[in-house]
Design a protein around this ligand. Structure first.
Ligand SMILES: Cc1cc2nc3c(=O)[nH]c(=O)nc-3n(C[C@H](O)[C@H](O)[C@H](O)COP(=O)(O)OP(=O)(O)OC[C@H]3O[C@@H](n4cnc5c(N)ncnc54)[C@H](O)[C@@H]3O)c2cc1C
Length: 94
């Protein structure tokens, strides 16, 4: 996550909700088994982040829902991971 922050800035609800293929936080958080909580006046739902994305720029959110929370499970002791971005430029798009 510190490496991800250096590349993209702090992962934001907007970045995750936008479902842009250029977004770096989503694949990292999916690989970490993250869940995303969305809600509206009607109630809240929790999705595995990998199931939240239904297509490019499309998510399982209804139009009256917003991202409320991202839940990242703790990693097992003595576990590590790394994030490497393979692009020619920080500004390259998808
Ligand atoms: C040229 C370019 C290159 C980029 N490259 C990268 C990259 O390499 N890596 C990377 O990670 N990002 C990249 N981004 C940024 C990434 O696309 C944005 O973080 C993302 O599009 C969100 O944009 P924003 O912060 O301007 O949010 P906004 O435009 O404010 O929001 C994006 C969408 O999310 C909705 N939204 C905001 N908050 C919520 C919420 N809580 N619940 C539900 N919906 C919400 C908004 O209504 C809007 O529809 C790039 C963007 C551009 C333009």
């Amino acid at each position: 996550m510190p490496r991800l922050r250096r590349v993209t800035g702090e992962p934001s609800a907007a970045n995750l909700a936008h479902a842009d293929a250029a977004g770096d936080p989503a694949p990292v958080l999916i690989s970490l088994g993250a869940k995303i909580k969305v809600g509206s006046k009607k109630g809240e739902k929790v999705y595995d982040l990998g199931e939240f994305y239904t297509d490019l720029f499309e998510t399982a959110m209804e139009h009256d829902e917003m991202v409320l929370e991202v839940q990242v499970p703790p990693m097992a002791p003595k576990t590590a991971c790394a994030y490497k971005k393979f692009t020619s430029s920080r500004t390259i798009w998808a």
